[in-house]
Ligand binder design. Structure first.
Ligand code: OAD
Length: 251
């Protein structure tokens, strides 16, 4: 049984748990960028998967079948991301990292907004939409042309270029996954922020922490499969809850 709390101001028990933590691991999902006007995936009306089919856009098979459609969809999302700015939730995580002895930031987001807010050493489990790689050998392409044929071709081997994101059916980057699980296993506080906690292996991270009896806080306006198990639940938008958490820690 967890403590479903009224979120603002942050309950003192949550602040005390945060204050006594030596290593905080944070997992973020699309919800943390919702207040930057980047659509989430599974929110009923506004989520990307309510309008588009992942099978047609986010699998290696889809790219083989219709590379232009997939490239153009990611080009559209890259454009959205380039016009977006980090929100108070992203900035609060930068500040939090300076207030606790150690913080490991793990994200499922491909938008780079944590880094643009100032977070260092972000573990990107699902890659980055702004990085473009060769679809054959995954080497990063420094430049490519948006004009002409899409997808553009790799200057070295003429294969199509693709975004450096993890598609359904693909493995997550080994090193990032290893570091993420290591953090979940060794932290003494786990924060799950703005994720539906449905997509594995990322969704297993808070449960890995809970198995070790590590206190786990969920920040999300909606319930998720993690909600009944989390030690504390702070229901609400991360752009408000995270700054309040940081303010509570500073008081
Ligand atoms: P989802 O779209 O599945 O979940 C977003 C979560 O954010 C939901 O639980 C919302 O309730 C919550 N949310 C919405 N607005 C919020 C706000 N302002 N503050 C906090 N939370 C808010 O996104 P993810 O969990 O990130 O993978 O999805 C995981 C993966 O599934 C993605 O990385 C992507 C997707 O398919 C790939 O593309 C491989």
């Amino acid at each position: 049984m967890n403590q479903q709390m009224s979120s603002l101001p942050i309950p003192s028990q949550v602040i005390e748990t945060l204050r006594s933590a030596g290593h905080v691991a944070v997992l973020t999902g699309a919800g943390v960028s919702a207040e930057s006007n980047i659509p989430t995936f599974r929110d009923a009306q506004t989520g990307l998967w309510a309008k588009y089919s992942p099978e047609e856009l986010a699998t290696p098979q889809a790219f083989r079948r219709n590379p232009q459609l997939v490239w153009d969809w990611y080009a559209w999302r890259r454009e959205l991301v380039s016009r977006a700015d980090p929100n108070p939730g992203h900035f609060a995580l930068v500040e939090l990292a300076g207030l606790v002895p150690k913080l490991t930031l793990i994200t499922q987001n491909v938008d780079g907004l944590h880094q643009r807010a100032g977070s260092d050493d972000v573990i990107e489990l699902h890659g980055s939409i702004t990085r473009i790689v060769c679809s054959s050998d995954r080497r990063v392409a420094e430049t490519w042309s948006e004009a002409g044929e899409t997808p553009p071709r790799c200057p070295d081997c003429d294969s199509y270029l693709r975004p450096d994101v993890v598609w359904f059916g693909e493995a997550l980057p080994t090193q990032a996954l290893h570091r993420a699980f290591q953090a979940a296993e060794t932290c003494d506080l786990f924060l799950s922020v703005g994720t539906s906690a449905l997509v594995h292996p990322a969704a297993s991270l808070p449960f890995t922490a809970l198995e070790r009896r590590t206190p786990t806080i969920e920040i999300n306006p909606d319930e998720t499969p993690l909600t009944p198990h989390a030690t504390f639940v702070l229901p609400g938008p991360s752009g408000q809850i995270l700054p309040a958490l940081v303010a509570g820690l500073k008081n």
